[in-house]
Design a protein around this ligand. Structure first.
Ligand code: NDP
Ligand code: RET
Length: 317
């Protein structure tokens, strides 16, 4: 079987980097990875992680998903412009009360997370249709299913991606193309720190005291706790992505975190849509202590299982 050309956006760090490296290191050499980033000055981490695959099964290219010209130049530089698997990963987070966010900041999130993907797809879709083969994979989020307070714009950007893909899926099927939305919960990457730091810098003088308290003393306190107790590594998301792209019939949606499924299931359990909203309200305002204790308990369990796993590994060696 011939090697598949994989184009990935946003490979300077996190999930994009982990996917690029995992696919490039595939023992059967099933993939030729074009790992892209908007700023090539940030390639050191990828170069180091790619090791000997660099120049073999992995090549690094410049691509800014907010710049059509850079996308076109990148795709033009690929052999026969061929992309068998497109992995749209580049993305930005944004948390905080909307009163503290400028329209420009909001537009930048939509421009990267939604239009960034649309620009990429416009560049590769006609060739995929012509060849009647191709897999479009989007790193969406659990927030593409269910919004979370103070993530209004970020969730909207992921909903936009999901609505777009749902609409496109039937057309894609006609051309034997696959579309898959990978939906991670919290993942421990630079995203977590960037979003947290930006959120903490929000100008609270622009908002009333009730909202400011809800954001700083309730939401932001849970943010770190949620990542510590439910967070996955980018390598785990990469493994899920590998599984999806090697399936004969890949699913349209794939959630990576079973610990998070109780949260997303609320969405499907009530056609009125009230259940997740009421539950989040109760969790945050009425059962905060129980919620915090459960998260801490989960964190402890994970820490203990990691510890016993690493001592097992030590025993083996
Ligand atoms: N971390 C999490 O909890 C979760 C993340 N996700 C999604 O995963 C994806 C990757 O995020 P993650 O790895 O966590 O975060 P990182 O911040 O580590 O990675 C984001 C990547 O996107 C790149 N990027 C941003 N803007 C552009 C642009 N205009 N053109 C090209 N690349 C760009 C960044 O480049 P640069 O270094 O130049 O800024 C970086 O390489 C995002 O779509 C995010 O929404 C989904 C669920 C959970
Ligand atoms: C689960 C949950 C909460 C927080 C969830 C968070 C913080 C999720 C973050 C997801 C990310 C970062 C996805 C990235 O795409 C609340 C609102 C505190 C209370 C209700 C239940």
């Amino acid at each position: 079987m011939s090697q598949k050309a994989v184009l990935i956006s946003g490979c300077s760090s996190g999930i994009g980097l982990a996917i690029a490296v995992l696919l490039a290191k595939d023992e059967k050499k099933r993939f030729m990875v074009y790992a892209t980033m908007r700023n090539l000055a940030k390639q050191e981490a990828l170069v180091e992680a790619a090791g000997r695959t660099l120049g073999q099964t992995l090549e690094i290219r410049q691509m800014d998903v907010c710049d059509e010209k850079s996308i076109k130049e990148c795709v033009d530089s690929l052999p026969d412009r061929r992309v068998d698997i497109l992995i749209s990963n580049a993305g930005l987070g944004l948390v905080g009360p909307i009163e503290c966010q400028s329209i420009e900041e909001m537009q930048s999130v939509m421009n990267t997370n939604f239009f960034g993907f649309v620009r990429l797809l416009k560049e590769v879709l006609p060739d995929m249709k012509m060849r009647k083969s191709g897999h479009i994979v989007v790193i969406s989020s659990v927030m593409g299913i269910q919004g979370i307070l103070f993530n209004d714009i970020y969730a909207a950007s992921k909903f936009a991606v999901e609505g777009f893909c749902e609409s496109m899926a039937v057309q894609a099927m006609r051309f034997k193309l696959h579309i898959s939305l990978i939906e991670p919960g919290p993942v421990i990457t630079d995203f977590e720190h960037k979003v947290y730091e930006e959120g903490m810098k929000s100008d609270m003088s622009k908002v009333d005291s009730v909202t400011a308290d809800m954001f700083l003393n309730i939401y932001m306190r849970h943010w770190t706790q949620i990542f510590e107790s439910l967070g996955q590594t980018p390598e785990v998301i990469a493994e899920h992505t590998l599984k999806i792209i090697t399936m004969d019939n890949p699913p349209f949606r794939h959630q990576t975190n079973t610990l998070y499924t109780p949260v997303t299931t609320l969405k499907y359990a009530d056609p009125n849509g009230d259940l997740p909203i009421d539950t989040f309200y109760k969790v945050v305002f009425e059962h905060d202590k129980v919620f915090s204790a459960s998260l801490n308990f989960l964190k402890l369990l994970r820490w203990r299982s990691r510890k016993s796993f690493s001592s097992l590994e030590k025993d083996k060696s």
